[in-house]
Design a protein around this ligand. Structure first.
Ligand SMILES: *Cc1c(COP(=O)(O)O)cnc(C)c1O
Length: 426
């Protein structure tokens, strides 16, 4: 069937069928989670009486925008939170996280990251990199970090010790592996992290970077005790439909503080017009559980396929995932380039362009990226990135539909095959 529109090497086609069969059990688990979350979302829509007039949008200050208020009530219910902010005004995941960090932290507070070094773009926000750009550090917030153990798991003893300092106002966790090789944080581990921190320091705010994580499991961090979560709408929670934006959910007093930072002290959640963005945000949120399931299937398929082709992959296809990221150790620059060019060919948009490595600002090596997306920079849509340096790994994620995502992965393998780079074909 694959051959009709995208001619594949027949050996790859045969292998793909086998791989898909081997993934059947995992796919069934993914589909079950997607179904649970789909109904969780639909019941929240129903109970909050979502109606067509909520999609209208407002202009100007946006006072009394019922569509906005209802959307935020829906998001709060889905995440088991007291309140939420869900706005197109958040320009990125980083902006959303920044709003939460500056919203909650005050001078002389300590922010304690307990899952090692945060995602790259958060470093200048904290003040680990960059100078004179208004970082938390410049406002007197101290940053401390408990590194993960060499196997990528939390350092429980050290977390308990570091969190006990009464100056620690916030414990910070990144759920997703991001672009590292450590495992994502499962909700079982998250629950234990919450318990460890709260035992050592009951008044500390437990905040989670939930980017790439939402709807990959049946519970969100706020449902196992986290006080605050934040994520992007051009990743999971926007379902590939939201054109921009982010969400923060959690304790009502903290959401209020975040809202004062997003808009102004005093005005908070009461302002912020929605223009024409509400319909896409509602629709994207509704579709998100299914789209995340499709992306998880695509990542699982890629993991098993490339493992069979002789590559080290993380996570393995049958490992528990709580983010949508898959990495494959391809071993050399030529393979990374061929892989990304193949992924690009499996995109609905800009499939005819051929990505090339470039000197991306802030990186010490060249980087190649593949993305042919309806929404610029969207990574719930099929995309891949690889810095051309050790360990010569590619990180891929997304895929709005499994059929298209799977073909993208197969075209990546085909592209490597055509250049004589594929390791094994048994
Ligand atoms: C993507 C991501 C971010 C930043 O989001 P942007 O939209 O790229 O600014 C932060 N943390 C994690 C774990 C992410 O995956």
């Amino acid at each position: 069937m694959n051959q009709t529109f995208f001619p594949l090497d027949s050996r790859l086609d045969v292998l793909a069928r086998r791989v898909q069969q081997e993934c059947a059990e995992r796919f069934a688990e993914i589909d079950e989670i997607a179904e649970y979350n789909q109904l969780k979302v639909m019941s929240a829509f129903n109970e909050n009486r979502v109606s067509e007039n909520h999609f209208m949008g407002s202009t100007g200050y946006g006072y009394g925008d019922r569509g906005r208020e209802t959307l935020e009530a829906v998001m709060a219910q889905i995440t088991g939170s007291e309140d939420a902010l869900m706005r197109h005004n958040f320009v990125s995941g980083t902006h959303t996280l920044t709003t939460a960090l500056f919203g909650v932290l005050r001078p002389d507070d300590v922010m304690l990251s307990i899952t090692g070094r945060p995602y790259d773009t958060i470093l200048p926000v904290i003040g680990i990199t960059g100078e004179n750009c208004g970082s938390l550090k410049e406002f007197g917030v101290e940053y401390r970090e408990v590194a993960l153990l060499p196997d990528g798991t939390p350092d429980w003893e050290e977390i308990a010790r570091a969190a006990a300092d009464p100056k620690v106002r916030m414990a910070y966790v990144q759920r997703s592996r991001g672009y590292s090789l450590r495992p994502s944080i499962t909700m079982e581990v998250m629950k234990k992290l919450v318990e460890t921190v709260k035992k050592a320091n009951p008044s500390a705010v437990f905040m989670v970077d939930n980017c790439y994580g939402i709807f990959t499991d049946t519970q969100e961090p706020t449902q196992v005790g986290a006080d605050l979560i934040a994520g992007s709408l051009i990743k999971n929670a926007g379902g590939g439909i939201a054109r921009t934006g982010g969400y923060i959910a959690g304790r009502a007093d903290l959401i209020e503080q975040c809202a004062y930072r997003l808009t102004t002290p005093g005005q908070g959640k009461e302002v912020g017009c929605t223009l024409g963005e509400l319909r896409g945000m509602y629709m994207g949120l509704f579709l998100s559980p299914n789209v995340v399931g499709q992306a998880l299937r695509t990542a699982t398929f890629a993991s098993r396929l490339f493992e069979k082709l002789g590559y080290e992959v993380t996570p393995r296809f049958d490992e528990k995932r709580t983010d949508i990221i898959q990495s494959v150790m391809l071993g050399d620059s030529e393979s990374l380039i061929a892989f990304c060019q193949g992924i690009q060919k499996g995109s609905p948009v800009d499939a005819f362009v051929s990505p090339q490595p470039w000197d991306m600002p802030g990186y010490d090596s060249q980087v190649i990226m593949a993305a042919g997306a309806f929404t610029l920079g969207s990574s719930i849509e099929l995309s891949a990135d690889a810095p051309l340096r050790e360990p010569y790994a590619v990180w891929m994620q997304g895929g709005l539909t499994y059929s298209s995502g799977k073909m993208g992965v197969l075209l990546a393998a085909q592209s490597m095959l055509e250049q004589g780079l594929l390791r094994s074909m048994d």
